[in-house]
Design a protein around this ligand. Structure first.
Ligand code: FAD
Ligand code: NDP
Length: 428
């Protein structure tokens, strides 16, 4: 017997959960009809802050400053906001078992929760290099939650002026690498691919960012460098990492290592109960899963991209977390809600740089301009612009890029590639 049954139960207390709570509160629900159950100790917050102003700003960003929904222009929803809106915010409560047919979740401490409708928003966890030798040494950090970021901040402060090892050349590697450099550490970025951000950037583009990082004193170990093992001293403290490239092995020294080698959706509780695709919970255009009354939003949702003929995708980005949360609540209350129509959008901010991307990075890539002061990239597929990127976009550029990615205009690729001014290219 469930101890408490909620009309709307949100599992997970991250970005998507905070925005779903906001949308539910806007519908004026009664007291205790909605609950959030989260294993974190704090109310939902804007997770992107953790790898940026949290680590290097002076003073650093701290809660309650970045609770949702400040990033989306909404209220700052601290614990008092949930109380005022009649939403039960149940923190420090990890769900360890789920019975979707019986509409019941059970927590680690034995609490049971029932639901009429369940919104799963459990996000991702970092991929942990736990098979590598030395994986349990002190000084190895992963970054996902507020508690991780607090520890990482202290560690960066403690290792100012020292070499810091960063494994991974994706989002975490780039953003934490920049933060480490800003606070006065000497970062070494280790990753196997030819260039940074390999899933989005192409070679020429990646190299521009690499040049910028090197000018800032960041050392790069890429083109095949893999972290092979962690090494430590007799007290269990990290002293370096072993890297291998081809047949060559060497040890890079450092007492602090941050690993950012990707993330996996937290869906293991539901694996045999609901249809899965691409590592996530498969949902329709209203975010309903294959199990009635069970919905999935944010990083864990594998959803159809309407603008790309229903192609399935998963997005590990905050714009989708926010929009999917608003959409699922809209669909729950309104049977005429259309299917989710998401335009893929990514962004990052590192050092003084800031980029945005819209669309798909498939097709022939064309780079226009140089990093300083500005550059744009276009991906041309079947004669149409399929994806568009700009470093240092203005507000107007953002709107132009959004329109380009939505309309996918035909373009003369040969002519576009002769341009040198991004402003001219964006209006081409
Ligand atoms: P999360 O925000 O991860 O929330 C999941 C929640 O579920 C967490 O509170 C977790 O503790 C909880 N949970 C999981 N399992 C259980 C369980 N069994 N029981 C109870 N609770 C559970 N995206 C961008 O677009 N731009 C950025 O600049 C950017 N920066 C980022 C920086 C960092 C450091 C990280 C880690 C991510 C960043 N992202 C960024 C990605 C973005 O934060 C995520 O896409 C977004 O947070 C996804 O929201 P979500 O609600 O699906 O998952
Ligand atoms: P990414 O997938 O962006 O990057 C992981 C990188 O690590 C890849 O380049 C990967 O290479 C490399 N790698 C894998 N194994 C090794 C190894 N043994 N040694 C060296 N390099 C290795 O994941 P992140 O960890 O950076 O990000 C985690 C999550 O956080 C994602 O969901 C991301 O979207 C989110 N995030 C988003 C931000 C943003 O949008 N601005 C900012 C920060 C985080 P390969 O591909 O070959 O495996």
């Amino acid at each position: 017997m469930a101890s408490k049954v909620y009309k709307y139960l949100i599992l997970g207390g991250g970005n998507a959960a905070g925005y779903a709570a906001r949308a539910l509160a806007a519908r004026g629900l009664g007291k205790s009809e909605v609950a959030i159950v989260s294993k974190e100790a704090v109310a939902p917050y804007e997770r992107p802050a953790l790898s940026k102003a949290f680590l290097f700003a002076d003073p650093p960003a701290r809660l309650p400053g970045f609770h949702t929904c400040v990033g989306g222009g909404g209220d700052r929803q601290g614990p008092e906001w949930y109380a005022e809106n009649g939403i039960d915010l149940i923190l420090n409560e990890e769900i360890v078992a789920a019975d979707l047919a019986a509409k019941k979740l059970s927590s680690k401490v034995g609490t049971e929760f029932g639901f009429d409708k369940l919104i799963i928003a459990t996000g991702c966890s970092p991929i942990v290099l736990n098979k590598l030798q030395g994986a349990d040494l002190k000084g190895i950090h992963y970054l996902r939650e507020n508690a991780d970021a607090l520890e990482l901040y202290e560690a960066l402060q403690a290792h100012k002026g020292e070499e810091v090892l960063i494994v991974g050349g994706g989002y975490i590697g780039m953003e934490v690498g920049a933060a480490a450099s800003i606070v006065g550490c000497k970062p070494k970025l280790v990753f196997p691919e030819e260039h940074v951000m390999p899933r989005l950037f192409f070679q020429e583009m990646g190299e521009k960012y690499e040049e910028f990082y090197m000018e800032k004193g960041v050392q790069l170990f890429n083109h095949g460098y893999l972290c092979d093992a962690f090494v430590g001293d007799e007290n269990g403290n990290l002293t370096g990492i072993k890297v291998c490239k081809d047949d060559k092995k060497e040890t890079l020294t450092g007492k602090l290592c941050i690993v950012g080698v990707g993330a996996r959706p937290n869906v293991q509780l539901f694996r045999d109960q609901v249809e899965m695709e691409m590592g996530g919970i498969k949902v329709d255009g209203k975010f309903e899963s294959s199990v009635k009354d069970v919905y999935a939003i944010g990083d864990i949702a594998t959803f159809p991209l309407k603008m790309y003929d229903g192609k399935l995708t998963r997005m590990e980005h905050v714009a989708h977390a926010r929009q999917s949360a608003a959409h699922v609540v809209d669909a729950l209350f309104n049977s005429t809600t259309p299917d989710y129509d998401y335009l893929p959008y990514f962004y990052s901010r590192v050092f003084s740089l800031s980029w945005q991307f819209f669309g798909e990075n498939a097709g022939e890539p064309i780079l226009v301009g140089d990093m300083k002061p500005k550059m744009s990239a276009f991906w041309i597929k079947d004669g149409q612009v399929n994806g568009v990127f700009t470093e240092a976009p203005s507000t107007e550029d953002t709107e132009i890029m959004r329109a380009i990615a939505l309309k996918r205009p035909s373009v003369d690729a040969a002519k576009l590639s002769t341009l040198t001014d991004p402003d001219e290219a964006l209006k081409f």
